[in-house]
Design a protein around this ligand. Sequence first.
Ligand SMILES: *Cc1c(COP(=O)(O)O)cnc(C)c1O
Length: 449
Amino acid sequence: MTTPHVEIEQQRLLRTAIPGPRSDALHRRKASAVSSGVSTALPVYIERAGGGILVDVDGNQLIDFGSGIAVSTVGNAAPRVVRRVQEQVADFTHTCFMITPYEEYVEVAETLNDLTPGTHEKRSALFNSGAEAVENAVKIARSYTGRQAVIAFDHAYHGRTNLTMALTAKNMPYKHGFGPFANEIYRVPMAYPFRWPGGAENCAAEAFAMFTDLVHAQVGESNTAAVLIEPIQGEGGFIVPAPGFLKLVSDWCREHDILLIADEIQTGFCRTGNWFACEFENVVPDLVTTAKGIAGGLPLSAVTGRAEVMDAVHAGGLGGTYGGNPVACAAALGAIETMKSENLVGRAKQVEAIFLPRLQQLAAKYPQIGDVRGRGAMLAIELVEGAHDKTPNAALLGTVTAHCHSQGLVTLTAGTYGNVFRFLPPLSIGDDLINEGLDILEEAFAASC
Ligand SMILES: *Cc1c(COP(=O)(O)O)cnc(C)c1O
């Protein structure tokens, strides 16, 4: 027995100030019940959501340019996800795959092995969160290679557990006061075209030379288990590595029997206009971590990789009580079915085609927009002081964001310097809402600059 999907009118609607009185009341309860370490970007409490709209407890309807950080890629309460989850939750909710297994887990693994880059034989293991997937990818890489060092990049974000805090670059708020961190993690520069000292055109070659020098001189290739990289950096500010950089790193890894781990947790599952962002650079990683968009909002993550690497771990070495929970697996199967049957790879490209020209127009008008970048429905603008001054402008980001939020447009920020607007709309959003959201963004710049 399933309840029918409640359609939400795809329209922005402001009935009260944002946040409204009911949200305010809930936020007061939050302050006295929830740790203040868990903060909220926009304290509007949500009741229902679908398409490109979030409905709050005051009856306001907000345009969603965030997808709960790239998670509800197929849309909130996507019909195929709802149906599969309702059926699964009524059948059984948990047995623990390590005790008495079930088909849904195997089917998700088969699907991931099929969809991730490369035609080689693969295996997958399922977990709950992105951080857990990254931790397990490192465990697997160390176990297979018998080596310990892991190379991570400037501006990287890989999670908030102890090992992934060590892999994450940014101190505040992710690491501050939380050390000591795991060791055998080494950091190298990212090929960040907009801020590369030698200029964007030299970025890939120079960053690659620094990378190989640093690993050789400070770590040693034969001590290095893996290089871990986001094919487009997420929290770091949607930094698209200079063209060719990923391929150079990938070829070098193969030459030295070092594993390449692509963290596709934010970029995966149609988000960038491909199933996975590595495909743009024809890079086939040894291991891929996925989470976020994988299951339409339910907690699920995975490591997928070369069969010989994934099978090198001793029996019982990988797992966890909830990893690959049957309800989360059912949601993933519903989400992936939606991506295929609604051609969400194509939709992400359409979203880019609407967004990008308008962001570029805005950048032509406002010298404080220093860079427009990203792929598909993963786009960003980086704010600076002016045309000839790349000093990060976090203050302007704050003003423009506050304006967008007050007008019922949910936008997210990012960046090591807190000066990047990132756009991650659900792929279920309509063209009209995208354009309306961009109108609000334009007004916000006009009011703030
Ligand atoms: C969000 C994210 C993670 C961590 O995922 P959680 O589910 O929050 O643990 C890791 N890597 C990348 C690239 C991410 O965007």
